[in-house]
Every structure is written in structure tokens, then in C-alpha cells.
Write a protein that binds this ligand. Structure first.
Ligand SMILES: [Zn+2]
Length: 115
């Protein structure tokens, strides 16, 4: 029976912690956003960070703005356009699949697995 494991486990104890805990005192501001469904969201931002003009409503996903009286309009659904985009996507997907298949074929013929 040998005992060559003496070195293992010699590093006991964690390194110095707390470096990340600092900087907690950065001031934050809360900004209210309203979506078209009148959901109010109040995310907080670091006071020195720019506040975005729009915010995604976490409840319905619509864009929310800071002006309660005129929230941003929900994005319109255009089925025809979406369908066209879908077809286009499919086509390029097919091309991509073909390229991938060819690449795989080349790979397979150049480096055959050994059984
Ligand atoms: Zn909403």
C-alpha cells in the first residue's frame, strides 16, 4: 500500500472573500413604466446609468414607456408578413442543412472511424 496522496487536500480554507460585497452603496433610482395594458413596472437603475426609454412589461411582454398617458403601442401582428418571413427562413434553413450535410459527408469520408 503506497501513500502518494499526501499533497492532496493541502489547500484548506477559502480565499479572501468580500471583495464583491463592496460597492453596494451605489444609489439607485426607480423609474415607472406603463405598457398599453396599464401594467406598471418599476425597475430600478443605478443613478449614474442611463434610463432606457422603453421597458418590456414583465406581465404581458409589451413595450412599456415612462409616459402613463400614452404608453407605446403594442407591435402589430401581420400574419401574411410573418408567413413570408417564415417561408424565407425555412428556405435558408434548408440551405444551411444542405451545407451542413455536405460538410459532414466530407468529414466522414476523410476520417473514417476505425472499428
Ligand atoms: Zn403589460
Amino acid at each position: 500500500m503506497g501513500s502518494g496522496n499526501a499533497i492532496r487536500g493541502s489547500r484548506v480554507g477559502a480565499g479572501p472573500m468580500g471583495e464583491a460585497e463592496r460597492g453596494e452603496a451605489a444609489p439607485r433610482v426607480r423609474v415607472s413604466f406603463w405598457c398599453a395594458n396599464m401594467h406598471e413596472t418599476r425597475p430600478s437603475f443605478a443613478s449614474d446609468a442611463p434610463v432606457p426609454e422603453f421597458w418590456d412589461c414583465p406581465r404581458c411582454g409589451l413595450p412599456a414607456g415612462q409616459d402613463q398617458s400614452s404608453p407605446p403601442a403594442p407591435p402589430r401582428n401581420e400574419p401574411y408578413k410573418t408567413h413570408l418571413a417564415y417561408v424565407k427562413e425555412r428556405r435558408s434553413d434548408k440551405d444551411g442543412a444542405q451545407i451542413l450535410a455536405e460538410a459532414l459527408e466530407r468529414l466522414r469520408s476523410s476520417s473514417r472511424p476505425i472499428y
